[in-house]
Design a protein around this ligand. Sequence first.
Ligand code: UDP
Length: 412
Amino acid sequence: MSLLESYAEVAGADVIAQLRQLAATLKGAKVVHINSTHVGGGVAEILSKLIPLKQELGIDTRWEVITGDSEFFECTKGIHNTLQGNRIPLGESLLRVYEATNAHNAETLRPVLKDADFVFIHDPQPAPLLKFFPERKGKWVWRCHIDASHPYRPVWKYLRQFVAPYDASIFSLAAFAKELPHPQYLIAPSIDPLSDKNVDLKPDVIQQTCDKYRLDCERPLVVQVSRYDRFKDPIGVIQAYHLAKQYLPTLQLVLAGGGATDDPEGEAVLSEVQAAAGDDPDAHVLLLPSDAHLEINALQRAADIVLQKSIREGFGLTVTEAMWKGKPVIGGDVGGIRLQVINHHTGFLVNTPEGAALRTRYLLHQPEMIAAMGGKAQAFVCENFLITRHLREYLTLMVALLHGAQDRIELN
Ligand code: UDP
């Protein structure tokens, strides 16, 4: 069975037929996606699935990753944090490293990029690449995955000079869109229901993971899966757990995360989290390797409730992953999580550790509510956030960009 056909069982045969029809218009097109890491974080997770599917549809698609030294990633992490609202100016010398690193990557990637029909540049790290291709032939699209709705102005103004000349940009939510002199498209991210991260697991596989991490399946468990990043508020999660545990002494917590190669702050945050968790044997702070997909899957399935208490979030893939597994999610009332969690129906939106603790207690006292919300959560993901919908929107965008202002496009 081809990769695409295997999705028909989950998404429906008509969905796959539509993808083939859209892709036929794009056959032979050369497409390049560029980001700054192969592993860790939502962008890498999505690209690792979108690329092979586009290839199978006959679109010549490549995934390239820019390289840089620690100063470069310090700068891009700073840009990321300030776009999400931190008010910390970036030093001139770091910005020079950012531009020089992009100039260097432009030369390495020139053979691939100069003839590409479509180039998708993900997030700010590789955004300046475009300026090194004044003679470009294809359409260049900037894909912003982060919550840039309230950026620190000076940094957005700086980044905007690189982003404005693109042919289009893509945001996850209308609220994140910016004033830019080109068309902006809204595409919500997605998960792959057939990946190791999301496939159904047999109970004994879940049990093995619980045994490995000394979790008691008979006792309530809340789980947050995230990189160790302050925007994910891991300390707030521990506070919420401490508050809830006063009333639910058998409660267990798992914070599971790894690093991303483009995230230099992870280690420091992990140390803070370990200190906050202390020596409580029921508070498990796990550092997982980047390929621990089956274990993350098992931990999400073992959970009664999944937390994603972010204080900024473009779109939390972990939220969608948990919902797909029929779990209610208690999520931060921010960014994309507001689109993912339907408050009081598929989970709860919260603003404080106290709120998260209250909702945790509320749900754990009502197992039937956990099951009902989990069922709705799974149906909502099936309708809206699977990779087949995501792929369809990318293909539609490419068709639209090829045909420009034409008011009628025929698909055979
Ligand atoms: N993830 C992972 N290992 C970890 C932490 C996260 O595989 O240790 C995955 C997680 O399951 C999800 C993605 O990385 O698929 C994180 O995406 P999300 O949008 O939630 O957050 P981001 O890291 O992109 O801010």
